[in-house]
Design a protein around this ligand. Structure first.
Ligand code: SF4
Length: 320
């Protein structure tokens, strides 16, 4: 895919397709736990964390910091080789804030991940307020000959919402970090969530226009959901948080995608938590069912990612 063209059948510039085009084979992300913590939990930025945060809700079993990352990688790669027939891998430092350590520690961990012959790159999840210039220099150096992606959790572009969810950073900090990362050979991914208490659909859609104007390469989007043991779950029980409905989420996601340029690939369109800890909402859909629910709504509308920004659709021709 090039520029603003979107494949008619796919409707969305999916990240998996981007990886296949870039590396010429199926590439899977393998999660590892690098043993980091988070400045929004340890008191340096805040305590208690974001109101929805329970890392067990987004960390696969078996990624424990006490296990050497080589072992974590081997287990993840074996799983993806069998399940998805993947040949190459991106090591994903996901849990907590994966740039929140001295740069020497970061260098050692990232290089150990990149040492494996089947690893094509790394993806590093972090907060916009927790990545130093030295860490960016390191990532930029690694990106000279490997794929390096930094995943910045923005979650909302509304500072009032960010304060309300105890996020501990502002939109201005996110914008500053995007500018510091830009032009350094590092791919930038942004995370956004829809459905915060007090959030409107129109307010959320402003995020598509903001991201459109930034050098962002990929996006992760999901619905707000409450999991057991979080402040959000408590608000739900008290009646102070009402989850959005499935139809509201799908319609808004489609509106969002229509405004998002086709050059930005989509890594995620939903969030899922294990049933055992999920509190609300309970949509009872598998991950791929959620993805196709969005694609089918775009088809029903006759629209596609970027169609409101001048992006074109092209017929399937088997090229990708
Ligand atoms: S920044 Fe991430 S790890 Fe830290 S409290 Fe928020 S959601 Fe949890």
């Amino acid at each position: 895919m090039t520029g603003g063209l979107i494949h008619r059948e796919l409707r969305i510039n999916a990240y998996g397709s981007f990886l296949r085009r870039r590396f010429g084979c199926r590439v899977s992300k393998v999660n590892v736990d690098g043993g980091f913590t988070c400045p929004n939990r340890d008191g340096s930025r805040g305590t208690g964390g974001c109101i929805y945060c329970d890392n067990s809700s987004f960390s696969p079993k078996g990624t424990l910091a006490v296990i050497p990352i080589e072992e974590q990688m081997a287990a993840g790669m074996a799983y993806h080789r069998i399940r998805l027939k993947s040949d190459r891998f991106i090591v994903y430092f996901q849990k907590f804030t994966n740039t929140y350590a001295p740069v020497a520690r970061l260098s050692e961990l990232y290089r150990r991940a990149l040492d494996h012959p089947d690893v094509v790159g790394i993806s590093v999840g972090t907060r916009p307020d927790s990545i130093t210039d030295q860490a960016i220099d390191l990532l930029s150096e690694l990106a000279r000959d490997r794929y390096v992606c930094v995943e910045l959790g923005l979650q909302s572009m509304d500072d009032a919402i960010l304060a309300g969810i105890n996020r501990g950073h502002t939109l201005a900090e996110y914008l500053n970090t995007v500018q510091r990362l830009a032009g350094r050979g590092i791919d930038i991914c942004t995370h956004l969530i829809y459905g915060f208490p007090g959030e409107s659909r129109s307010g959320f859609l402003k995020g598509a226009r903001l991201i459109s104007e930034l050098p962002v390469n990929s996006l992760k989007l999901h619905q707000l959901h409450a999991v057991r043991g979080t402040r959000l779950a408590q608000l739900y029980r008290e009646g102070s948080y009402t989850p959005i409905t499935l139809s509201e989420y799908i319609e808004t996601t489609c509106d969002f995608l229509e405004e998002l340029p086709a050059r930005i690939s989509i890594q995620r369109l939903y969030g899922s938590a294990p049933l055992a800890i999920r509190v609300a909402p309970n949509w009872d859909l598998k991950n791929n069912q959620m993805w196709y629910a969005v694609v089918n709504e775009l088809k029903r509308r006759g629209s596609w990612q970027g169609c409101r920004t001048g992006g074109e659709v092209r017929a399937a021709n088997g090229e990708w």
